[in-house]
Design a binder for this molecule. Structure first.
Ligand SMILES: *[C@@H]1O[C@H](CO)[C@@H](O)[C@H](O)[C@H]1NC(C)=O
Ligand SMILES: *[C@@H]1O[C@H](CO)[C@@H](O)[C@H](O)[C@H]1NC(C)=O
Length: 366
């Protein structure tokens, strides 16, 4: 009897340890993600959550004087009812509160400062968890764009390690399912130095990362020739979506913790000669970003280029490099074939009647 008790105790505690490890290492089913951007004008009640497994509510702010996470008063009502509104239509969709965004260096410096001290990391972490719970989110998403030096890398690692520990602790004391923890991260060395991300700490402490594999060749930076803004492949150059994903795998983040970024927008150029409308043809100027729904409303001639895996469209001297259903479908197939976790869109208001969202969802499948 004593022998049995002792051994069953050992067996049960071993199983418990294995169970707890499995809980964090194998929870990920496929991710079909989408960011809702509060400034986009899309009402939360107009989101069709059936195309998504995870919706990211963007953005909460980082208050640099207190190093706490805050929600602006303009966003308070919509953020606090976000989860309830989308889950009323689709009970399985999970929601994450996204913190930060692509505002550039001043915001990046706030993250760098916050992460540099144990006390300010704690303020950030505790306030983020409190805010997620009080607003009914299922998780938190860190959008620090971007860590850009060795100390940032170290501090990013400390931040997510302490964040994970705090999330585990909060879950065991509240009895609630642990909050998901993700980050939106640089998608190519063309955009930011991926070497400033702590790959091993990310693998150990985040559920996954949203790899922002877009904006590689934008019209502001390349005004004199048309470009594929987010090519999956680049036979004549170094940078592409595939290059970014390969780099991330090289950093030690498992493929099943990588979600591929899909842009629901493109960039516009003005052609030098309306009869020369291919990729890399001459342009007189770059005309900035354009939403997918606005590009397809132009009624331009649409071309799919399978070498680069991009779409483009032209009408007169107007030329658009962007992702349409063909390139979206090819990119999601790539994610699937390479064993990635899934994909996400930035951002869902730019889609046209959910054409891209539904194509991506169907391509990834159940
Ligand atoms: C850096 O964080 C400290 C608190 O840890 C804060 O007092 C200070 O204002 C912050 N500085 C900047 C430049 O954000
Ligand atoms: C894609 O565009 C490039 C550059 O113009 C061209 O060389 C290539 O043949 C195109 N690929 C296809 C499949 O048309």
């Amino acid at each position: 009897m004593a022998y049995f008790k002792k051994h069953s105790f050992l067996l049960i505690s071993t199983l418990l340890v294995i169970f707890l490890q499995l809980q964090f290492s194998s929870t990920n089913a496929a991710v079909k993600g989408g960011y809702w951007y509060s400034d986009s004008g899309l009402a939360v009640s107009d989101i069709d959550p059936s195309y998504f497994t995870h919706l990211f509510c963007a953005f909460a702010n980082l208050d640099s004087s207190t190093n706490t996470v805050t929600i602006s008063s303009a966003n308070a009502a919509r953020f606090s009812t976000f989860t309830q509104t989308v889950q009323a239509k689709s009970s399985s969709v999970k929601t994450l509160l996204s913190i930060g965004g692509g505002e550039g260096l001043p915001l990046a410096n706030k993250f760098a400062n916050m992460s540099s001290q144990a006390s300010s990391r704690k303020s950030f972490i505790d306030s983020s968890i409190q805010l997620a719970r009080s607003n009914n989110f299922n998780g938190l998403d860190l959008d620090w764009e971007y860590p850009s030096k060795d100390t940032d890398k170290t501090n990013f690692g400390l931040l997510i390690k302490e964040w994970r520990a705090a999330v585990v602790k909060e879950s065991s004391s509240s009895g609630e399912t642990a909050l998901l923890l993700t980050a939106a991260v640089g998608g190519s060395d063309q955009i930011t130095g991926l070497k400033y991300y702590p790959g091993q700490d990310i693998a150990n402490n985040l559920d996954w990362v949203n790899v922002m594999t877009y904006d590689l060749f934008i019209s502001d930076s390349y005004p004199t020739s048309t470009q594929p803004p987010a090519p999956l492949k680049n036979p004549t150059g170094q940078f592409s979506v595939d290059e970014g994903i390969t780099t991330w795998i090289g950093l030690g983040v498992p493929k099943n913790k990588l979600a591929l970024g899909l842009p629901a927008y493109g960039y516009k150029w003005s052609l030098s000669d309306p009869n020369k409308h291919g990729l890399f043809d001459k342009a007189t100027q770059g005309l900035g970003a354009v939403k997918y729904k606005d590009i397809i409303n132009v009624g331009a001639q649409v071309v799919y280029n399978s070498t680069y895996v991009t779409n483009y469209a032209y009408k007169g001297t107007d030329w658009y490099g962007y992702d349409d259903t063909q390139s979206i479908s090819a990119k999601v197939s790539y994610a699937k074939q390479n064993g990635l976790l899934g994909y996400f869109f930035w951002h869902i208001e730019q889609d046209s009647n959910w054409a891209l969202s539904s194509t991506a969802s169907q391509t990834l499948g159940a």
